[in-house]
Write a protein that binds this ligand. Structure first.
Ligand SMILES: Cc1cc2nc3c(=O)[nH]c(=O)nc-3n(C[C@H](O)[C@H](O)[C@H](O)COP(=O)(O)OP(=O)(O)OC[C@H]3O[C@@H](n4cnc5c(N)ncnc54)[C@H](O)[C@@H]3O)c2cc1C
Length: 402
């Protein structure tokens, strides 16, 4: 993991952020013989400690294979052929494989993806600066980009051809673009997700998305012995308000009787509350700066799209950069933003739709609630509607255009 490769004074692509987007971009470019430096403000241990996504689309799995880091995912990941929707105490299975002509998803934690990418980067002795301070980016509008940061007390300027802003929603890259050049779109949802990680076998072999009169719940997992559960909760709730006992009691109340009876509980090993947000910033390129992943867009986690979108951005960006260096063509770079955004908006739509369908909206009693019920009844009775859900859930093809 962390290693002490010297910090270069020049690189081809300076990548800000060692989350999945930054690490995967670094690995894909390395496989194509392109130099990168990754600058990350946290420690590697901190990055690995963040419990986040767990559902990998085929496109992401293919990207990890292409980057040469897919072996453990294939060994330890759990292929899922379907998901279940539980509506008012009744479970309905969505047959992902049957509805999509054979496509499925793999359950493999973001922490594991990150670890595999970090290990590969360390094995290749590629430079990564963890715990970088005062990270800033410069010159990307004038054609002479460079990255400045402090590491172990020493100030570094690293010149580069391109800067990849893979530094997440709260990073430094997007805010470095003049506000007048950006158009942002945002929806903040009036609730959060309270998540618990537990070393106990999952309640079911497949994920269960639960809509109940008490609010949404999700039964997810990271492995056959480690489960991840979520409850929709008010935005003003604090983690300290939720004892483990209160969490399990509330989850049981939202589940169907069989799942409530089968639920294996245990002490939480992580508990956190995440707000839900839809956000897109356009365009995803400004001069020599390219944004990818959460730096440019956020989806509510309901559709399991955040990590997968980060991976598909990075695939497009890596191919565009490889085309630049190998074929001296900037066509891919010029189209990157439009191409990525076409896919991003489709994933935004799906994540917004599934969130809107499955959660209780405090202001939604009456007409809105009836609309949810009618849509769910239609979904359960229509193969065509299920097919739409399934093809979005497993991930749209990479060439999805506006
Ligand atoms: C609580 C939570 C639960 C989630 N659950 C799911 C889920 O179930 N399914 C799903 O698909 N998605 C989920 N997501 C979303 C998913 O985790 C993200 O979409 C994914 O991490 C995006 O990867 P990224 O590399 O773009 O950004 P990040 O993972 O955020 O990585 C950005 C990196 O940049 C670093 N950074 C930030 N600022 C700077 C700076 N100034 N200088 C240097 N480095 C910087 C950060 O420390 C971080 O390591 C969840 C997110 C959260 C927060």
């Amino acid at each position: 993991m962390p290693h002490s490769t010297p910090i270069p004074s020049r690189t081809q692509v300076a990548i800000i952020g060692a989350g999945p987007a930054g690490l995967l971009l670094g690995q894909l470019l390395h496989c194509a013989g392109i130099d990168t430096l990754i600058v990350e403000r946290q420690s590697a241990e901190h990055v690995l400690g963040r419990i986040r996504a767990g559902v990998i689309e085929q496109t992401t799995a293919d990207a990890l294979d292409r980057a040469g880091v897919g072996a453990r995912m294939h060994r330890e990941g759990l292929p899922h052929d379907g998901v279940e929707l539980c509506v008012d105490g009744q479970r309905h299975r969505i047959d992902l494989v049957g509805l999509t002509g054979g496509k499925r998803v793999v359950v493999y934690g973001q922490t594991e993806v990150t670890r595999d990418l970090m290990d590969a980067r360390a094995a290749a002795k590629l430079p990564t600066v963890y715990e970088a301070q005062e990270v800033s980016i410069h010159g990307f509008e004038s054609g002479k980009p460079f990255v400045r940061f402090r590491s172990n007390g020493e100030l570094h300027d690293v010149a580069c051809d391109f800067i990849a802003g893979c530094d997440g929603f709260h990073g430094v890259c997007r805010p470095s673009i003049p506000a007048s050049a950006l158009h942002t779109f945002e929806r903040v949802y009036p609730f959060g997700w309270l998540g618990v990680l537990v070393d106990a076998p999952p309640v079911s072999d497949e994920l269960i998305y639960v809509r109940s009169p008490r609010g949404f719940a999700l039964c997810s997992m990271r492995s056959r012995t480690r489960s991840r559960y979520y409850l929709q909760c008010p935005l003003n709730n604090k983690v300290e308000q939720w004892s483990d006992v209160a969490f399990w009691d509330e989850l049981r109340r939202r589940l169907d009787p069989q799942a409530a009876a089968d639920l294996v509980t245990g002490p939480s090993i992580e508990k956190s509350i995440a707000p839900l947000r839809s956000f897109v910033s356009e365009p995803m390129r400004f001069g020599k700066l390219f944004l990818a992943g959460d730096a440019a867009h956020i989806v509510p986690p309901t559709g399991a799209k955040g990590l997968n979108l980060a991976a598909s951005d990075v695939l497009l960006l890596a191919d565009a950069m490889i085309e630049h260096y190998d074929e001296h063509s900037d066509a891919g770079l010029d189209h990157y933003s439009a191409h990525a955004l076409a896919r991003v908006w489709k994933a935004e739509r799906f994540s917004w739709w599934l969130t809107s369908l499955m959660h209780n909206f405090p202001e939604n009693a009456g007409f809105g609630e009836r609309m949810q019920e009618a849509e769910l009844a239609y979904l359960m009775g229509s193969r065509a509607a299920q097919q739409v859900l399934a093809e979005n859930y497993v991930g749209l093809p990479m060439d999805a255009r506006r």
